[in-house]
Design a protein around this ligand. Structure first.
Ligand code: ZN
Length: 219
């Protein structure tokens, strides 16, 4: 039986769209929240709008331009190249404090609308060194949110221990594999669905999808 109300932190990408389907199965009412922080690709926001409209999910857009102002980065500035981190450094796509801020604002929204569950697609498995994707960070923030608002929120992270292939498998189990494949944007070059095929995000996405589809054929 479905229970309660959930806020899903939603970017329009593969992971958060899978989380949206996961939440739809689980909760009576699902609300999506997208943060506009001057993303390199406005198409990301358009994808998020289209997806929530198609699924009939209430959608909040919150202005987070402050984050862009504070943290120039490859995702927020067209002139900074997307690069993998070298010598233990973080990739140029890292936005410091992003999940801290997003989840805090999602918590405030949850408080306002009486939702107890906050769902996020963060994942520690394909860890590219982002400290705020770690399980320990989420658990710590969960305690902080509850103390800050004297409430009993639960931050749900359905993808935390899944690799990319397993995330595709979850989408498939939720009957959403084709939907996620066609309607989401992961590509750093702003190309929907299967993307440019060249950037780190596309390579990771494709590798996971191929791995999952191959395992499906074998079994
Ligand atoms: Zn790409």
């Amino acid at each position: 039986m479905k229970q309660g109300k959930a806020v899903v932190v939603f970017s329009g990408g593969q992971d958060s769209t899978t989380c949206l389907f996961w939440a739809k199965e689980r909760y009576e009412e699902v609300v999506a929240v997208t943060f506009d922080y001057g993303q390199r690709h406005r198409l990301e926001i358009d994808c998020a709008k289209e997806i929530t409209k198609e699924l009939g999910i209430a959608h909040h857009m919150l202005d987070m331009s402050l984050l862009n102002q504070l943290a120039p980065n490859a995702l927020t500035r067209g002139n900074i190249p997307v690069q993998d981190g070298e010598n233990g450094e973080l990739p140029s796509t890292f936005v410091p404090g992003r999940n801290l801020l997003f989840l805090s604002f999602a918590g405030v929204l949850a408080k306002q609308i009486g939702a107890k569950h906050i769902v996020t697609g963060v994942c520690e498995t394909d860890f590219s060194g982002y400290p705020d994707c770690r399980d320990i960070f989420i658990k710590s923030l969960n305690v902080t949110l509850n103390l800050s608002m004297d409430d009993t929120f639960v931050i749900e992270t359905p993808l935390m221990w899944l690799n990319k292939a397993q995330t595709w498998e979850l989408a498939d189990q939720l009957g959403a594999l084709e939907f996620v494949r066609e309607k989401t944007l992961t590509c750093y070059n702003g190309i929907k669905a299967d993307g440019c095929g060249e950037c780190p995000a596309c390579k990771l996405r494709k590798r996971g999808l191929d791995e999952y589809l191959n395992s499906k054929v074998e079994s």
